[in-house]
Design a protein around this ligand. Sequence first.
Ligand SMILES: [Zn+2]
Length: 620
Amino acid sequence: MGFSVSRRGFLKAASAVTASAYAAKSIPAWATPPDKGLVAVTTPLATFSYSDVQLFDGPMKRQFEENHARFQNLDDDRLLKVFRQVAGLPAPGEDMGGWYDLAGFSLVRNDFHGFIAGHSFGQYLSGLARAYAVTGSEATRAKVNRLVKGYAETLDPKAEFFVDYRLPAYTYDKLSCGLIDAHEFVHDPMAMEVHGRLTRAILAYLPEKALSRQEQRSRAHKDTSYTWDEAYTLPENLFLAYQRSGDPFYRDLAKKYLEDDTYFNPLSEGNNVLPFEHAYSHVNAFSSAMQAYITLGSEKHLQAAKNGFEMLLTTQSFATGGWGPDEAFGEPERGQLGDSLALTHASFETPCGAYGHFKITRYLLRVTKEARYGDSMERVLYNTILGAWPIQADGTSFYYSDYATTGKKVWYGQKWPCCSGTFPQLAADYHISAYLRSADGVYVNLYAPSQVQWNDGTARYGLKQETKYPFDNKVQIEVSGSQPSEYTIYARIPAWAMPDPVVSVNGKRVPNVQPGTFAAIRRTWKDGDRVELEFPMPLRLEAVDDNHPNLVALMRGPLVLFAVTDSQPSFDRAELLRAKLAGNAAGDSIATSADGRPIAMRPFASINDESYSTYVKLQS
Ligand SMILES: [Zn+2]
């Protein structure tokens, strides 16, 4: 369906927004005007600004606020200490501890500490910059400015911090992201200049191309532990740096680090090369392929990301949406997911995995407008990250979700791990994942208590959701507008909402609503119009893999219901599907096991320290 750019009102404003996808929407007026030539592809959907979306009371808002407060309250001196120590500058403040410190031996604790010094500094900076974009907090803006300046003071022309450093690409990628976000969202005056100095210096420490893990291992010196690094995740941020700066240096560098030989070329041809690769970083690399498509127009890389994501969903994923037990991909059709339940408690690297999953599903949604990417995003949201415990003041973090035969939530053993870096970034990204905009309207992608607002000239419009979804199957959307306007509201109808999802406008039912699509409702919307959604949520079972058809997860809507029990229970299939809502605050359903016991079946976010089984046995 086409539309006329000459039509007044919403369409005109929205088409201007999407005309240069990333650039026009995100670069503030004070910055250099975006050169439209910097992006080759205008994605059909664009993200809103972080500040256009407001979350209301609920678990998503709580996680965002917890993360914002945690890093707002973390002492600048502690965050900057390792960089100052290496630079020979005064380095006051306590050690961060855990992964973050310079590697060494602690006489006090009688153990080795430090893993990848300062590895997550850039992610904390990014999380703070995005939190500023959401809240406009002056204290957060000032902290980002102080951290960029403090980091800049430690950066010498040769970036000697990275001499004999274990994982230069890994840490540079996160610094790159943090500095880009400080520039984009906080308008930090130094950030891109620091980014440029760092990038030109880091080249001395990077390989000449993106090495696969196998290539990296074969090159590593046997006396060092430097056996892996992640140069293959660099292009996404390098393309973004190019879009921010217009400097072709970044674009050419991004192209150089695309992992084409061993990853994107075979993926684009439909060859499943995921097995044995490191899980999170290779899902994260899909976002580099998407930026190659957006920035260079490379159809090959779009195909690689689409195919790779499809292989992730069909051959590597648990019912929760999580993937990669022991942080690795397995060979398809060998029952590796079912086998893993007896072999490991490290089933899914949750904050990092969910962060990478949100990024790739958001990119694919922007390009394809297909509802299934939103379905996949919400599965990961409700069954993994919303059940993660908050990062503690001392850096103690939630890392792995445990899908073992009998599992438990646990804290990770070392403080300030990778997952403490991605969690604050992801919690801010909830805002830009809930709604997207097209030339002709607004896509409602996630159902959560929230609102999105936008301006069109002097007119102001908004959509406000009220819902207890997914604990309730109803969503109400109230339309606001300072004047009537014709546009389309696209509401995601999840594929599981069978057989008869209901969408109504002001009480009148919309015909032909199909599960697995965005329902398109075009009309002249007026202030106070109401859209109501009601999704059927029949219980259903999902086997862990084809080789283990009797190991199943019980699902209602997007939720996996975990059996709260000290040992994996057995059920009669029909009996399990008769589980009844308990009507309690935890959102439990009660099912009767084969030996006659009532078992509470509980959503992940409601589980605290009780033992549970993600998958239960069916009596065959
Ligand atoms: Zn992690």
